[in-house]
Design a protein around this ligand. Sequence first.
Ligand code: GLP
Length: 242
Amino acid sequence: MNILTFDSNEKLNEAGANIIAGLVQTQPKAVLGLATGGTPVGIYERLVSDFKRGLFSFSQATSFNLDEYVGLDKKHPQSYYAYMHEHLFHHIDLPAERAHIPNGNAPDPQAECERYDRLIADAGQIDLQLLGIGHNGHIGFNEPAHALIRGTHVVDLAEETLKANARFFDSVDEVPKQAITMGVGTILKAKTILLVVRGADKADIVHRALTGPITTDCPASLLQTHPHLVVLLDKEAAGKLS
Ligand code: GLP
């Protein structure tokens, strides 16, 4: 595990963007695992501005997003489809047919999960999986549970997650109660995992995930078992690490 701590958001964003850009420069056909939430926004902004300077191209790359809300229209501003287009896809040359996001409106969600897993399997292996973390230790939308699921599946969102994500909606009642998420088995199969965490409110969960027992009660703790885990933290999120 390689933990890097930054004293400014700008430096953290630069480091995150450089890791992604470096991969597509050396491996143009890279398969990227992408994340949403507040955390990666600055990294995507930096990536877009470097892309616009002509430093690299995504024209041969493929991407898979971690998750999507169930039952939210694609056009809803809080859908992860809308988020990815606003923050990244609209600004870069990644071909639309290779930018994959689970379809949260599929008539048969189970069939959609199977379709998504097949697409990932057909692409080979995810080269770099970008990840954030929920306050309860969730990764993607894999919530703390007695047992975790390997592949893509429909999940009931935890009360804590609904409350945390209510800030993006008019009220907590508008947050979808379910999501489709890549499973932890798929996440852990990525060649490299890039975990990014910001803020003092995440210091406890960072400490628990990276130094605590490996348990399904804290899905992010499973990342400790990954051979190539890179962690980018601001100094607030790193506050409880020695
Ligand atoms: C969300 C997403 C996760 C994200 C996490 C933290 O609900 N499903 O992929 O990492 O929760 O989000 P944020 O970065 O906004 O704190």
